[in-house]
Design a protein around this ligand. Structure first.
Ligand code: NAP
Length: 244
């Protein structure tokens, strides 16, 4: 046992990737997206097996021995059930507005949270864990005041406003869920195209600021935080935030 642990550690130190026995089966919804594509790359680099889902799988042109590309739509529950069954972790990194009701409940971020929880809770302890890429609108910029409340809504595209509030609804929804292992991972206000440094902080409800008062992280580092959580499950049934 001890020897196996040492062998695992040595493997990680020398390759940076998980040994085959520790590799996770990870489903990424939003694999073609700006954030999700970094998550897929980070997971593959660490030796995990990734199922990248897209409504148009032809958009995914990368190839890797541990990458399966599948066609799937979050609005199709039968498809979702088939894709996530038997996996270890499901990552939701999607955006969109469904229909023209104009209601925040029509944000895909909220609808897909409800859908996945409804699929997963039925499998009890055998269900995959659920990691949700959240929205910074739900972070507190002052005690008790969310960033969303400070936004000049008159200047925001209506669809974006629906998504921002939809992400807040998704968080409120998760907070009532105790029969699925979820984590809501919140980016800061600004995503950058900066390089992967592996250095960032994990916070809670408050927006983290760097020493210049900025709230930011690169998509590559955000992906590191997501796969750290996939591997370590440190923040089960919690909202966390990631920023420099
Ligand atoms: N500062 C912030 O708070 C902040 C900033 C940016 C993003 N975000 C959040 O980060 C997440 C990812 O954003 P992003 O910028 O990476 O988005 P993006 O580049 O616009 O990608 C959106 C993804 O959603 C997928 N998608 C849309 N409808 C779908 C459906 N019906 N079924 C399955 N997949 C569907 C798309 O996949 P296909 O088209 O391939 O099917 C695409 O990969 C979102 O939750 C967003 O709210 C937060």
């Amino acid at each position: 046992m001890f020897r196996a642990a040492i062998a695992s550690l040595l493997f990680l130190l020398t390759t940076g990737a998980a040994p085959a026995g520790d590799a996770l089966d990870i489903v990424v919804y939003g694999a073609t997206g700006e954030v999700g594509s970094h998550i897929v790359q980070e997971a593959l680099e660490r030796g995990h097996r990734v199922t990248a889902v897209s409504r148009n799988p032809g958009k995914i042109t990368w190839r890797h021995d541990n990458l399966a590309v599948v066609k799937g739509d979050l609005l199709d529950k039968t498809s979702v059930t088939g894709i996530v069954a038997g996996k270890d972790v499901v990552i939701l990194s999607v955006r969109g507005v469904i229909g023209d009701s104009g209601l925040p409940e029509s944000a895909l971020q909220f609808l897909s949270a409800e859908m996945l929880v409804d699929v997963l809770y039925r499998w009890g302890d055998d269900a995959p864990r659920l990691l949700h890429v959240g929205g910074s609108g739900s972070l507190e910029v002052e005690p008790g005041i969310m960033y969303a409340a400070k936004l000049p809504t008159i200047l925001l595209p209506r669809k974006l406003e629906i998504e921002i509030v939809g992400q807040i609804l998704a968080l409120e929804f998760y907070r009532k869920v105790d029969d699925v292992d979820w984590t809501y991972v919140t980016p800061p206000k600004n995503f950058t195209n900066g390089r992967r440094t592996g250095e960032f902080r994990i916070g809670g409800d408050e927006a983290l600021r760097d020493r210049w008062g900025r709230t930011r992280v690169s998509r590559a580092d955000f992906a590191v935080a997501i796969i750290d959580e996939a591997e370590q499950a440190r923040y089960s049934r919690q909202r966390i935030s990631v920023a420099y």
